[in-house]
Design a binder for this molecule. Structure first.
Ligand code: ADP
Ligand code: MG
Length: 917
């Protein structure tokens, strides 16, 4: 279909459509915004609109529209689905009207959000110097940059994704060099729900980006980036500049609320890679995931949902940010914990503060609305009411001896109280209950502006005259059924009932007749009507003008609003931590300089809410740096390890922790990896991913890190898995020296405790007893683990057996670990742990051994080993009961290559249950 004549409305639409690369264009046509053509059909489908046909030059075009005042919710709905929508507004001109695209609404620049969450737009730039990331939340004016550089490229990319996962952006602008990197973009789509938008490559150019960044944030901003040496080509600046130009070009007009460029560095922060953030279920649980493109689970049941008691949206955002960004810096952590402790000790005063905070509005968001010119009088009133809380909250803190002696007093004192009072006073000009529209007057109190007061006086005088007119006329004419009113078509009129129309004086001019009455006007009334219309219009105009001035004054103080907002948010977040600590009997952790992690009677912060939790201790440090955690299935190994990680993490956001006592030496990173088999149960991971992540841990963790390995190696054949786990343990112990918890069902690993100095065994006892801290699991068969565990059969031949090690190598697991895995495998084989039966070239070898004793044994036919060939002439056969034989038969019949690990696991589970009976 060729484009219609541009002189028609449809033609104009298509002409404008060519100017934009947005997904949809919506164009104002009088009182409606219309989509045409394919846009109309798609949007109508998405938003459930009616499609009609618009004719232009003999062709019909689909058309779907919404009334002007309904545009915002529809835009929001489209943008929240990830689309970018260009909006063409209609403007009156001398000869008719013209239409032009005034803005492009995108997920990252949508202002009309009702969601309390941060809404980040991010630009990612890659240069030879590494990655630069810039994040902006236009709804709050936050603007952050960071560099992710050095080290090898894979590491850097991993860290970029850790940041992306942390910020959970809604829209991503990939720079020129990442834009064509399919692997990168695939990972973006896999790891985030963000819309990927392509922004002009020139916007990322260093010179231009520096210019824009300097213009926006001032030359000091670049100094703060450490660029005073004249270098301006850093990837951070490129990302920042591109982001600024994008925001500007979408026409949202919020740039002025972005007052401060903040750079954050990784140094003080605790490394939490994306997998760890997900595994620890910080803000979302994993169970909701379906393995599709989304990485999002449910929020309910996450650590955040459990500990969040904030009463404001900014407080909620800040607490979530803290959780995703724990810190090492002891003084920051102590200051926060001091605040939590003070709030915990002064419960009454705390509740007073929280009650006041409950009346606070989202100042950061309001500052952005003021800057973009979209704030109405009610918004400015919210600013006023929130600013008024500054002294209230500060007084509440100062008047309590505990709170006033704590860092909370400093937080409350941080905002410029005088400036806040000044702005609040200016806002006192607004009436307490302003109308929703800002063009029709009624916004200001008297005393704000002399001209306005004059107008109001005259307006009110006329209104008074009109209000009393009916009484005067009744008195003068003697008519009883007489009233004065106003409507759109007749304007002001005097209405007289039919029975009394005879008494109407000559000066009444009849306007119209109704069924039971007549309507009149008079010269005097006409005159007053003209006057009141004039006054209303002038008042509306003047008030709008005054309002814009006031709104600009508020926008000009965006920095003040942000600092007040931030202080209130911090108080809210700290109070929230304190509420949770008090309600759940948490204790303040002691942050020590050395000594590792020492938790007494610790609990899992989420599980303890729903379960009668059995507390347990954790000691990691000194010669107990590496704990091998064993215990039967479902005994609580995973929970125990996560609990340790979460206690450390909570301590490192400044929170109290779920324990009877805790001493924590802050860690520089928390790394977790859950074995592929356990993740496969959630339908998403592969052994390759498991090995890549193990590799990442082995490369990134340091002596000061906490590493949690949960059944790593389980995703491959037994000996392969043991070998990898074994070698990784040695490497973590000897080279990395990280504090490590390693849960495994490979009891062989418990023997490592004898060989490596700092490795210790712990096991989870069954029947709900707390795990004894030093119980070496090896050699004891009393752990309720079942005496016999059947491990999977393996095909003969070296390739198959070392398949897992091969993959580990491919995934980038350090060479020494891969080599060592092969050694261990050889050793295990040499110890004849693998008993082979049958002799044919294509015979399947059965692997069976007793791990209950912790010993690897060689058995001959005729010994009392479980038979594996399970044939009729099996000599052991007559000593086995029927059920066992049936299980063995099934075992030998398993098609290994054709069965998924999950299915295998399920079958083994079922066999085990049958054998246990
Ligand atoms: P494993 O990793 O050993 O298979 P999990 O850690 O998955 O076991 O725990 C199994 C179940 O036991 C989970 O439902 C968990 O909530 C519960 N659980 C774990 N540890 C405890 C504990 N200390 N007290 C009470 N319940 C627990
Ligand atoms: Mg587990």
């Amino acid at each position: 279909m060729s484009d219609p004549d541009p002189d028609t409305i449809v033609g104009e639409f298509f002409a404008l459509k060519r100017e934009t690369d947005a997904d949809f264009l919506v164009m104002q046509v009088g009182d409606f915004y219309e989509f045409f053509g394919e846009d109309a059909e798609t949007v109508a489908d998405l938003l459930d609109l009616k499609v009609s046909q618009k004719s232009a030059h003999g062709s019909d075009y689909p058309m779907a529209g919404v009334p002007v005042d309904k545009l915002t919710p529809h835009l929001k709905a489209l943008v929240e689905r990830g689309y970018r929508v260009a909006v063409a507004d209609q403007r009156e001109t001398a000869d008719g009207h013209e239409r032009a695209i005034t803005r492009v609404v995108t997920p990252g620049t949508l202002l009309e959000t009702s969601d309390a969450d941060a809404q980040y737009l991010v630009a990612v730039v890659r240069t030879d110097a590494g990655y630069g990331l810039a994040f902006a939340d236009v709804t709050t004016g936050r603007f952050l940059v960071t560099a992710v550089g050095d080290g090898d490229a894979d590491d850097a990319a991993d860290r970029v994704f850790a940041e992306l996962y942390r910020f959970d952006p809604v829209e991503i602008l990939p720079g020129p060099s990442v834009r064509n990197d399919d692997a990168f973009l695939d990972r973006v789509r896999e790891r985030t729900d963000a819309t990927v938008s392509v922004h002009r490559a020139e916007a990322f150019a260093p010179g231009r980006a520096t210019h824009l960044t300097t213009e926006q944030f001032g030359p000091e901003a670049l100094d703060s980036l450490g660029l005073d040496g004249g270098r301006d080509d850093t990837p951070e600046v490129q990302a920042a500049g591109a982001l600024l130009s994008y925001v500007e070009e979408t026409g949202t007009g919020v740039a002025s609320s972005m007052t401060r460029l903040r750079r954050y560095r990784g140094d003080d922060h605790v490394e939490l890679d994306a997998t760890t953030q997900r595994n620890l279920e910080l803000t979302e649980t994993m169970s909701g995931s379906t393995g599709g493109t989304s990485t999002q689970g449910g929020r309910e049941g996450s650590l955040f949902a459990t500990i969040d008691h904030t009463v404001t949206s900014p407080g909620k955002r800040l607490l979530a940010e803290w959780l995703k960004r724990p810190r090492q810096d002891r003084s920051t952590l102590r200051t926060r914990a001091d605040g939590v402790a003070a709030f915990a000790d002064a419960a009454l005063a705390r509740e007073g503060v929280r009650e006041s905070l409950g009346d606070a509005y989202d100042l950061e968001r309001l500052a952005s609305k003021a800057a973009s010119g979209s704030a109405d009088a009610r918004d400015l009133l919210r600013v006023r009411e929130t600013l008024a809380l500054v002294p209230t909250v500060a007084d509440a803190i100062e008047s309590d001896p505990t709170l006033s002696a704590s860092p909370l007093a400093d937080i409350a004192a941080r905002p410029d109280r005088e400036a806040a009072a000044d702005l609040r006073e200016r806002l006192d000009a607004l009436v307490d209950d302003p109308p929703a529209t800002i063009t029709e007057g009624g916004l200001f109190r008297r005393g704000h502006d002399d001209d306005l007061d004059d107008l109001i006086d005259r307006h009110e005088a006329v209104e008074e005259w009109l209000d009393t007119l009916a009484d005067r006329e009744k008195r003068e004419t003697g008519i009883t059924h007489l009233r004065v009113d106003r409507n759109k078509t007749d304007g002001y009129y005097i209405q007289v009932g039919n029975s009394e129309t005879d008494a109407v004086p000559d000066r009444y001019d009849r306007l119209k007749s109704l069924k039971n009455s007549e309507r009149y006007t008079t010269d005097a009334l006409d005159e007053r009507e003209r006057e009141i219309l004039r006054l209303e219009e002038r008042r509306g105009d003047l008030e709008y003008e005054l309002f814009e001035t006031l709104r600009e004054a508020v926008a000009a103080r965006a920095d003040l609003l942000q600092s007040v907002g931030r202080a209130l948010a911090e108080l809210d977040a700290l109070a929230s931590l304190s509420v949770h600590a008090v309600e759940n009997d948490w204790v303040r952790p002691e942050l020590c300089e050395s000594g590792g992690i020492d938790v007494e009677a610790g609990r899992h912060p989420v599980v303890e809410r729903t379960t009668e939790f059995v507390p347990n201790d954790a000691h990691l440090g000194g010669d107990r740096r590496f704990l091998v955690v064993t215990g039967p299935n479902m005994s609580g190994k995973s929970t125990y390890m996560r609990q340790v990680a979460l206690v450390v993490l909570l301590a490192q956001i400044g929170s109290f922790v779920p324990a009877a006592a805790a001493e924590i030496e802050p860690v520089d990173g928390i790394y977790t990896r859950v074995g592929a088999l356990d993740e496969l149960a959630q339908g998403r991971s592969t052994f390759m991913v498991e090995m890549q992540e193990l590799s990442n841990i082995l490369h990134s963790a340091t002596e000061d890190s906490l590493v949690i390995l949960d059944e790593v190696g389980r995703g491959t054949a037994t000996y392969d898995g043991i070998s990898i786990a074994w070698a990784a343990t040695e490497y973590l112990h000897n080279e990395v020296r990280a504090k490590t918890l390693f849960a495994t069902h490979y009891h062989e690993l418990t023997t490592l405790a004898d060989q490596l100095d700092r490795v210790q065994n712990v096991h989870v006892a069954v029947d709900g007893e707390p795990p004894s801290s030093d119980g070496a699991a090896s050699g004891s068969a009393d752990e309720g683990d079942g005496d016999v565990t059947f491990l999977r059969t393996v095909e003969d031949g070296p390739t198959d057996r070392s398949y897992g090690i091969h993959v580990a190598g491919l995934a980038g697991v350090p060479d020494p670990v891969v080599e060592r895995s092969r050694d261990v495998l050889e050793k295990l084989r040499a110890e004849e742990a693998i008993e082979t039966k049958g002799g044919g070239a294509d015979a399947t070898k059965q692997v069976v051994f007793d791990v209950g004793s912790g010993q690897l044994q060689t058995r001959d036919d005729g010994d009392d080993a479980p038979a594996t060939g399970a044939s009729d002439e099996d000599p052991a056969g007559d000593r086995l009961d029927e059920e066992t034989r049936a299980v063995l038969d099934e075992l030998s019949g398993v098609d290994l290559t054709g069965t998924s690990p999950v299915e295998l696991m399920n079958r083994v589970q079922a066999w085990k249950e049958r054998l246990d009976e």
